[in-house]
Ligand binder design. Sequence first.
Ligand code: UYC
Length: 232
Amino acid sequence: TSNDIAALRFKFESGSPAGQLQLIPELIQAGESGLEVLMEFLLQSKSNPATLVAFKAYQTLESANSKVADEFLQTHFPNGIVPLNSERGIDYTPLQQLLKKQDFLSADRMTLQKMCELAGVDAVQRKWLYFTEVENFPIKDLQTINNLWFVYSEGKFGFGVQHEIWLGVGKNFLKFWPKIGWKNGNNWTRYPNGFTWDLSAPKGHLPLSNQLRGVRVIASLLSHPAWSNKSP
Ligand code: UYC
């Protein structure tokens, strides 16, 4: 009844993220009026960094077989739900498209490509990064890349997750590698087939940073102010 849906709407809108996740199946059961609650929620949170709840709401609408929901997504979120802010005019749409499909291997390569674009023409030709370039990356762009990885991996991947794990081992890379599945005993995980390209991977497994040229690039990525300064 309309009373039930009003109560459900109130519960959803005032709930914690965990509570909201649990309510999504009930909203689907409520039919079109439940989907409307999710659409309104997505519109209201449009300018904020996307959250896991927003991603679940998005996935739900996408698979709802509803003409209204399809048109809504096509109009407001044609490429996905993460805002693609860039301070240097970089187009992160291709990265969002790959991550939305959870094609993590191609997304990992695209991430390196986009970070090279962010660093400038020299890096695009070189196809890898100097740590001095990484230090100068804008917070906004790293947060966009990270939000994309985080949201579409349902909280498993991204530099922010790697940052947390790295702090947890006292910034000790020898302890960090095995934790994220990049080294097993004395053996480096081999690129590309040794890595796990789906959500069964350990937390923080992706995106990769090639260590051939040393740890300075990943060290400056993980020390970047993007991970301590959450406001845009
Ligand atoms: N590779 O082993 N890696 C490559 C990783 C290393 C090697 C690319 C990560 C160790 C060679 C990516 C690890 C190592 C190539 C990564 C890893 C090594 C290559 C493609 C665990 C030998 C070039 C993008 C730390 C002991 C040959 C790029 C090729 C490529 C990532 C070998 C993303 C996380 C120290 C010879 N490795 N790389 O940047 O495949 O080239 O084209 O890090």
